[in-house]
Design a protein around this ligand. Structure first.
Ligand SMILES: Cc1cc2nc3c(=O)[nH]c(=O)nc-3n(C[C@H](O)[C@H](O)[C@H](O)COP(=O)(O)O)c2cc1C
Length: 174
């Protein structure tokens, strides 16, 4: 039974959490990369994606070199963009069938989660568990967590224990 953390990040927040999950769970990690990178200017990206919630735009992403068939647990990370998931994660969920897997989503944001987890539940055929809302300071450049370390640790432990519990079963359950 293998676990992977899959994420897209524009800045540092989502990557920071994904790395922490990878280290604490000792699992694999995969970054989703758009084929055409977003502007390095924050405000340009904010302006260009302002219809994200309504148009539900996708964007081409780079091919994934590893086989997702090898994984049963997926920790899925996205920043919140205009109250929902980012286009690269939308493309990923549309393109890759995660049915049969357990998905633990987390969303980094500045306090306005909106319908992020609703859209993940809508697009993802896997079993969704332990959704985690991770807030950072509204001052983006600060890279400062608002959600407490305790809460994040608690969530990672729940994901970890879920794996361990399943691993202890004497027979495979489909
Ligand atoms: C285009 C854009 C739209 C955003 N929309 C929201 C939003 O709707 N709600 C919110 O709480 N934060 C919003 N933010 C802030 C980010 O979700 C937050 O800073 C996130 O942690 C950034 O993650 P990253 O550093 O991995 O890119 C937005 C940021 C950008 C760039």
């Amino acid at each position: 039974m293998k676990t992977i953390v899959i994420y897209f990040g524009y800045g540092k927040h989502t990557r920071m959490i994904a790395q922490r999950v990878k280290e604490e769970l000792g699992c694999d990690i995969l970054e989703i990369k758009p084929k055409i990178p977003y502007s390095s200017d924050y405000q340009t990206v904010v302006n260009e994606t302002e219809d994200n919630l309504y148009t539900k735009e996708t964007t081409e992403i780079e091919n994934i070199e590893i086989s997702l068939d090898n994984y049963e647990k997926v920790i899925l990370g996205t920043p919140v963009w205009w109250y929902t998931i980012t286009p690269p994660i939308r493309t990923f969920l549309t393109k890759y069938d995660l049915s049969g897997k357990t998905i633990y989503p987390f969303a980094t944001n500045a306090g306005w989660l909106g319908s992020t987890f609703d859209e993940i539940r809508e697009l993802c055929k896997g079993t969704i568990k332990e959704e985690m809302n991770i807030k950072f300071s509204t001052d983006y450049a600060e890279n400062k967590l608002v959600t407490s370390d305790f809460e994040i640790e608690n969530w990672i432990n729940k994901v970890k224990e879920d794996n361990e519990w399943k691993n202890k079963l004497p027979v495979e359950i489909n």
